[in-house]
Design a protein around this ligand. Sequence first.
Ligand code: SF4
Ligand code: SF4
Length: 181
Amino acid sequence: MANKEIANKVKMNAGVDVSHCYQCGKCTAGCVQAQEMDYPPSFIMRLLQTGTEENYEKVLKSRSIWVCLNCENCYQRCPQSIDIPSVMDALRCESLKKGMTHKDAKKIIAFHRSFLSQVKNTGRLWEVGMEAEYKMRTMDLFQDVDKVPAMLSKGKLHILPEKMAGKADVKKIFDQTVNKK
Ligand code: SF4
Ligand code: SF4
């Protein structure tokens, strides 16, 4: 992919022009996850600006794009109003599509999929179903099981999904978006 194509791709997928970043570092200074990242957000912007295939791959294979919480601190602080959370979102999609996900992303992806499949099937988040699906996907069967009795006694978990009026509409949204990809 030529240099310009990479910048265009990011612009098209995220609606963000990374060339406007002037590397002030305010995003990185305010990023709550910077210490968990292999490349902090300002460096991700710089790698994308270079537009080389090699740097684009580095970004797609990075841990950073998966540990980003989309908290928008960076976006709030950026003097250029660069929407880094949207860039991160677009990069995650691209990384998945190209099979370049970081090894640490496995559980995060399993969580995302379990969450979305419960919303799709029950119309809203059903925590017990999500937890069961997440455990099956990760085979980490005993993680946090000690917390279940307390959560049940406080009514934080529902054994069965609650009935929801707009369930069919939620399914339709999935059919028109996620299932179309
Ligand atoms: S705060 Fe904005 S301009 Fe500054 S480095 Fe981050 S993205 Fe670039
Ligand atoms: S949205 Fe992501 S990159 Fe931006 S501050 Fe939050 S965790 Fe950091």
